[in-house]
Design a protein around this ligand. Sequence first.
Ligand code: C2E
Ligand code: CA
Ligand code: CA
Ligand code: CA
Length: 275
Amino acid sequence: AKARGRDGFALYESSLDEAVRERRRLELDLRQALVRDQLEVHYQSIIDLDRGQVLGHEALLRWNHPTRGLVTPDEFIPIAEETGLIVPIGEWVIRRALHEAGSWNGGNQIAINLSPVQIRSPNLVQAVRQALDSSGIAARRVTFEITEGALLRNSEANRAVLLKLREMGIRIALDDFGTGYSSLGYLRSFPFDRIKIDRSFVADVVEQADSQAIIAAVTRLAAALGMRTTAEGVERIEQLDMLRTLGCNEAQGFLIARPVAAADLEEEEAQLALP
Ligand code: C2E
Ligand code: CA
Ligand code: CA
Ligand code: CA
């Protein structure tokens, strides 16, 4: 039994080692990703259900790894956050997305995800200001998306940063609503312009009366507070119909459009089935 225990432990230890080594490799590669030009921003259309047209796009980061292929943000953003790399990477995303969106015609919105680590970095507001100036895009066309988790720690300092961005004319969206600690207090104390309803509610909205009730209530609450609602992860036409019935203002998901590189956006939009 003793020998088996030892073997078991050794096995556990070596696979743990392997996981640590794997992570370290990814971290080293990520340090190179920016300078080697392996990062790209893809864009997913968001539609305005009231007006039946494209409202704007969400910028979604992609990493073209030389040997691993496309690495998804869920795999590398946590590493980028722990190492602080998210600060230069996030600033690059802001510059790139504002620059690319600035060259599109029309006054569409561009939405960019902000990590809590970026909100806490002292340079954020200045970096945003510079990116706005050099892209020439109007601040009112820009939305930053932030999760509740991002606000949890250090909420007074975070609030001050959001207020500064808002004073510049930038909009703020509460991302993944309903998945975190969802305190209604947040809706009162932070200056949100929109609430993005997490796709877990959208997934079963056609079948589940509970999800319908929650989405309808959140939408009414948002409207009463002067905010708009965006439903995330819309994959089926029945979901879109239901969301419209429930009063959602905006929708985003594979049914409407997949995230695509800037170069492919025009083609993607030409094929959009608008409500
Ligand atoms: P998110 O902000 O909630 O972004 C939406 C995610 O849902 C994206 O995944 C998008 O591709 C995916 N999605 C869109 N429509 C559908 C649908 O109909 N069905 C399903 N199943 N999924 C859909 P993605 O691009 O893999 O990004 C994952 C997360 O990584 C994002 O979640 C966001 O939290 C984070 N992220 C992405 N880009 C950035 C970035 O530039 N900065 C930071 N800090 N985080 C980012
Ligand atoms: Ca988002
Ligand atoms: Ca989301
Ligand atoms: Ca998410």
